[in-house]
Design a protein around this ligand. Structure first.
Ligand SMILES: Nc1ncnc2c1ncn2[C@@H]1O[C@H](COP(=O)(O)OP(=O)(O)O)[C@@H](O)[C@H]1O
Ligand SMILES: C=C(OP(=O)(O)O)C(=O)O
Ligand SMILES: [Mn+2]
Length: 573
């Protein structure tokens, strides 16, 4: 396609670059692109991506299938935050904080590298859009990127301005320079690889080098929100969110792959958002304008809402498809297991737009426990809610491709450690205050293994997890009878409609009760050990609150005792 000489009037004309060039950001950083395309439409971005980005094609349902290159997931270890005098006292630093330090000079060095790269290109794409459906704390974000696919991704994921709003956009509040197609220089101070994702609160800028995984941009904005929102008394949460017929809101907290996107998509309950929210004293607000669904193993039968959202306008990242028919193969892990679909939230049939809701009635903490030790559902006390929120537990199956079948525990504070800016105790305390003020109930749901750990049992079916969530929403679980689990002291309902009663307590379905006991007790020890990372929390929330949080944790027994006595060791507790 020779679009530059084409007489075709449908070919996008470069934007009058003046608007972008007049920005104080652009002037300061020295960005001088030859050609700027600002806020192109979806069809225009399709054409640009197809013309200039190898490996980009249209699938049989009209989605834009594209490749992110070598990096197909986030690179949390390559994320750096500039430590500057204005903000350093509020932020969480130290060995367990996700805020790996960078100084201002290195930030500017990397920014210069990104800008130099962008200045060499024939064209750059600019997306100006909003973040946060809360009009009180809405931000204007500008994304500057070398790839049309990134521009389409961010115009899907951010909140689209109207033509009028775009005209009066003015200076952005935050700018992302995405030069991910170009590597970082690993000899630059602080760099440990050719990938670097750098955030400066002072400059209100983010620089991306050496990764084209689009999720870095949306999670970069989320990181910024994890600083700005708590400073205004608003709680930013890594969560999905939907709302029922009685205007009852549920939030789903969880790490990647535990079910936020899948479970917040519920035909009976309009979707407020799938991944990032703010809970303020006015209610809940989605931060984003789009969703980013994992699509490995996606089926029309089990996840019809997401399936139907994959159409013209959706970006499919690293999915495999038949090169002739262009039918997508959602089972294929050829490029990565982390295949993704990004679409505007209005592609979900029952999206609630504007994406806002009242205070949550329920919050659901999701863990995909590959040990199969946690019950499919339990009700949490306020202390347990804080403790489990801070723990952010899930268990993955490490290296299946190499024949390793042992699960490994992952703890990610507040179910999103990579995005935190403050100490986890700060967010947890805010959560408890809000839950108390609004009478919110917390639940822990295990969307992972039942009938034994990975390799022995199997993942609980989506059908059963959904039946559990329905029972929370119908009020059935408010009236249920509960039993208390050993070690973790969790309240487990005895029966739930549509769920076989025996699976509600894992010990009933494990092949060996004694092995279950050891597994659960070991898991308790892992929680305790992980919690040592937060010993420095007292200085942020005070002694009393720090002590209260600890009471929500498990009380594991000496390992030898449980090894010797098996399950009967628990009964004497
Ligand atoms: N019982 C279950 N509950 C939730 N998800 C499940 C369950 N069983 C399998 N899955 C799969 O697990 C994945 C959950 O991913 P997703 O909802 O995108 O996670 P997140 O949004 O939290 O990163 C989906 O691919 C979903 O189909
Ligand atoms: C986008 C991401 O979030 P999630 O997996 O929680 O959807 C990610 O982790 O890259
Ligand atoms: Mn998700």
């Amino acid at each position: 396609m020779r679009f530059t000489n084409s007489p075709d009037t449908a070919v996008p004309a470069p934007t009058d670059a003046k608007f972008v060039m007049d920005s104080k950001f652009t002037k300061e950083c020295g960005l001088e692109p030859r050609v700027v395309f600002r806020n192109l439409t979806t069809p225009q971005l399709y054409e640009m991506a197809l013309a200039h980005e190898p490996g980009t094609h249209i699938t049989s349902t009209g989605a834009l299938a594209t490749l992110s290159g070598e990096k197909t997931g986030r690179s949390p270890k390559d994320k750096r935050v500039v430590r500057d005098p204005e903000t350093e006292k509020d932020l969480w630093w130290g060995p367990y904080s996700p805020n790996y330090v960078m100084d201002d000079r290195t930030f500017l060095t990397n920014r210069e590298r990104a800008i130099d790269y962008l200045n060499t290109l024939d064209r750059v794409y600019v997306v100006d859009a909003f973040v946060n459906w809360d009009p009180e704390s809405r931000l204007k974000v500008r994304v500057i990127t070398s790839r049309a696919y990134h521009a389409l991704f961010m115009s899907n994921m951010l909140i689209k301005p109207t033509a009028e709003e775009l005209k009066d956009f003015g200076e952005p509040d935050f700018v992302i320079y995405n030069a991910g197609a170009f590597p970082a220089n690993k000899y630059t101070q602080f760099m440990t690889s050719q990938t670097s994702i750098d955030l400066s609160l002072k400059h209100k800028e983010m620089v991306i080098l050496g990764t084209m995984y689009a999720g870095e941009m949306k999670k970069g904005v989320f990181t910024l929100m994890h600083y700005l929102m708590p400073m205004q008394g608003k709680l930013s949460l890594h969560s999905g969110c939907n709302v029922g017929a009685k205007n009852d809101v549920t939030m789903f907290f969880g790490l990647s792959g535990t079910g936020k996107t899948t479970l917040s998509a519920d035909p009976k309950r309009p979707l407020i958002g799938d991944d990032e929210h703010v809970w303020s004293d006015k209610g809940v607000f989605n931060i984003e304008g789009g969703c980013y669904a994992k699509c490995i193993g996606l089926k029309a039968t089990t996840e019809p809402e997401i399936w139907n959202a994959i159409k013209f306008g959706t970006v499919l990242e690293n999915v495999d498809y038949n090169p002739v028919t262009r039918e997508v193969d959602y089972e294929s892990e050829r490029l990565t297991e982390n295949t993704r679909a990004s679409y505007p939230i209005e592609f979900m049939n029952n999206a609630r737009i504007p994406c806002v809701g009242p205070h949550p009635k329920n919050v659901i903490l999701l863990a995909c426990d590959a040990f199969g030790a946690l019950p499919p559902v339990s009700r949490l006390t306020m202390e347990q809610a804080m403790y489990h929120f801070i723990s952010g537990y899930t268990a993955k199956v490490a290296g299946t491709e190499m024949g390793v079948t042992e699960p490994s525990a992952t703890f990610s504070a507040c179910f999103g450690s990579a995005f935190l800016m403050l100490h986890p105790y700060k967010y947890a305390t805010m959560l408890a205050e809000k839950m108390k003020a609004h009478g919110t109930t917390a639940w822990l749901i295990n969307t992972g293994w039942t009938g034994g750990k990975y390799g022995v049992g199997k993942r609980i079916s989506l059908k059963h997890t959904r039946a559990i969530i329905d029972a929370i929403h119908s009020g059935e679980l408010d009236k249920a009878e509960y039993v208390t689990t050993p070690i973790f002291g969790l309240q487990v309902p005895k029966a739930i409609s549509g769920v076989p009663a025996e699976i509600l307590s894992p010990e009933n379905v494990w092949p060996s009760k004694d092995e279950f006991a050891q597994c659960l007790n070991n898991l308790g020890h892992m929680f305790i050990k992980n919690f040592e990372h937060f010993n420095d929390g007292e200085q942020f929330v005070g002694k009393e609150m720090a002590a209260r949080i600890l009471t929500g944790g498990p009380k594991p027994m000496a390992k030898e005792d449980v090894e010797k006595k098996g399950f009967s060791a628990f009964k004497k507790q």
